[in-house]
Design a binder for this molecule. Structure first.
Ligand SMILES: NC(=O)c1ccc[n+]([C@@H]2O[C@H](COP(=O)([O-])OP(=O)(O)OC[C@H]3O[C@@H](n4cnc5c(N)ncnc54)[C@H](O)[C@@H]3O)[C@@H](O)[C@H]2O)c1
Ligand SMILES: [Zn+2]
Ligand SMILES: [Zn+2]
Length: 350
C-alpha cells in the first residue's frame, strides 16, 4: 500500500509499505478520506513531540471495510462505509467498562501512538469495536468529520449545555466549529463564537451562528450585545491564558468553563474569578465511545452545514504540499481531506 510517512519536522512523504493484515477482532479498512488535524500539523512542524519519524499519522477517517479478522462482530461486512473511533481503551478497566475509554490509564490513540499505523494510507487496521458503520446515504467524506465533531460534542456535554444556557465558544477553528454545532444541537438558548480570523468568522456565520472578533476589544461587552447577557457556559477551543481569562470575564456567576483547547501546556489561572464567583473549570478530552457513536448518527442524518466544513480535497501525492501550506499559516477556514486512493466527489463512493 501507499502511505504518507512522517520523517521529521517539516518532512513528510509517500512511501510503499506492506499491506496490513487484520488479526483476531480487527478490521481492514480501505481508506476513502482522512482529515488533517491541527495535532497532525503540530506533529509535522515538530512543535508537538508526540509524533515520531517513520510514523503514519491520521485519526479523522472514513473508509470501506475490506476484510474482517476472526472473532469480530458479525454485523461488520466488507463494503460497508465506516468511520473509526481512534481512542483504544485497554478493554479491561472500570473506565473501559463504563465506555469512558478517554479516561483509561492505558488508552492508546490511533494516529498518535507511533506503533499504530494510521489513516494517511490506502489501508488501515482498526479494532472491530472501534469501527462505526455509516449508512450508504451519507456522503462518504462526511465520515471523516465524525472525529472532530465528537470532540466538540464531548466538550458541550461536559459543560452541561442545555436550553437554559447562553454559550460562548472561544476559537472558530474546526474544534470551535464542532463545539458550537454541538451546543446548538443540545438546544443552547443563545450562542456566539469569538474568533479573530475573518475567514473563520465568515464560515461560522455560514453555519448560521453569530461570530464576534476578540480583536475589537471588550469581549464581555461584545458577548452581552450579541447574546443578551454573560455566558453561562464557555467552551474554550483555544486554551491559552488569554482565552481562559476572556472566558471568565465574559461569563456569569456560577458559569462552567470547559477547557477543550490545548493551546499551551501551562496557563495562568485567575483564581478569584473562579473561587469568588463559583465558576467551574472543566477539562475535556476526546469523547466517550457513546458520544462518538451519537455523533456518527447525527452526521448520518445529514444535518445542514457539514458541506461548509471541508475546504479542500487532495490525493496522497499532493498531501505533503497540503501539510506545508497549512504549516505556513495559509488561511483555511476548516478541513483539508486527504484521499489516499485519489480524489473523490462526495457521492462517488466505490
Ligand atoms: N481536548 C481534545 O480532545 C482536543 C482534540 C482536538 C484538538 N484539541 C485542541 O483544540 C484546539 C483547537 O483545535 P483546532 O483544530 O480548532 O485549532 P485551530 O488552530 O485550527 O483553531 C484555533 C482557532 O482559535 C483562534 N484564536 C486564536 N486566538 C484566539 C483568541 N484570543 N480568541 C478567540 N479565538 C482565538 C484562531 O484564530 C483559530 O481559528 C487546539 O489547541 C487543539 O490542540 C483538543
Ligand atoms: Zn484531531
Ligand atoms: Zn481501560
Amino acid at each position: 500500500m501507499r502511505a504518507l510517512v512522517y520523517h521529521g519536522p517539516g518532512d513528510i512523504g509517500v512511501e510503499d509499505r506492506p499491506d496490513p493484515q487484520p488479526g483476531p477482532g480487527e478490521v481492514l479498512l480501505k481508506i476513502t478520506a482522512t482529515g488533517i488535524c491541527g495535532s497532525d500539523l503540530h506533529g509535522y512542524t515538530g512543535e508537538n513531540k508526540r509524533r515520531h519519524p517513520g510514523q503514519i499519522m491520521g485519526h479523522e477517517t472514513v473508509g470501506r471495510i475490506a476484510a474482517a479478522g476472526p472473532g469480530g462482530p458479525a454485523d461488520l461486512r466488507p463494503g460497508q462505509v465506516a468511520t473509526v473511533n481512534p481512542v483504544i481503551g485497554c478493554g479491561e478497566c472500570a473506565q473501559c467498562a463504563a465506555g469512558t475509554e478517554q479516561l483509561c490509564a492505558r488508552r492508546r490513540v490511533i494516529g498518535v501512538n507511533q506503533e499504530i499505523d494510521s489513516a494517511f494510507a490506502e489501508l488501515m487496521i482498526a479494532p472491530a469495536r472501534n469501527v462505526v458503520v455509516l449508512p450508504d446515504s451519507v456522503p462518504e467524506e462526511y465520515g471523516a468529520l465524525v472525529e472532530p465533531l465528537s470532540v466538540g460534542y464531548h466538550a458541550a456535554v461536559t459543560g452541561g449545555v442545555g436550553p437554559d444556557d447562553v454559550v460562548l465558544v472561544i476559537g472558530g477553528g474546526p474544534i470551535g466549529q464542532a463545539a458550537a454545532l454541538a451546543a446548538r444541537r443540545l438546544g443552547a438558548r443563545q450562542l456566539v463564537v469569538s474568533e479573530p480570523s475573518a475567514a473563520r468568522r465568515a464560515l461560522v456565520r455560514r453555519l448560521g451562528l453569530a461570530a464576534i472578533d476578540p480583536g475589537d476589544g471588550d469581549l464581555p461587552g461584545q458577548v452581552r450585545a450579541s447574546v443578551g447577557g454573560p455566558a453561562t457556559v464557555v467552551l474554550d477551543a483555544v486554551g491559552l491564558s488569554r482565552t481562559l481569562s476572556d472566558g471568565l470575564a465574559a461569563s456569569a456567576l456560577g458559569a462552567r468553563i470547559v477547557l477543550v483547547g490545548m493551546g499551551a501546556r501551562e496557563i495562568t489561572l485567575p483564581a478569584f474569578e473562579i473561587s469568588t464567583f463559583e465558576r467551574a473549570v472543566l477539562g475535556s478530552f476526546t469523547y466517550r465511545s457513546a458520544e462518538f457513536r451519537e455523533t456518527a448518527q447525527w452526521v448520518a442524518s445529514r444535518p445542514g452545514g457539514l458541506e461548509h466544513l471541508i475546504d479542500d480535497r487532495v490525493g496522497l501525492d499532493a498531501a505533503p504540499d497540503a501539510f506545508a501550506r497549512l504549516a505556513s499559516g495559509a488561511a483555511q477556514a476548516s478541513k483539508i481531506l486527504v484521499f489516499p486512493h485519489g480524489r473523490r466527489t462526495p457521492e462517488a463512493g466505490e
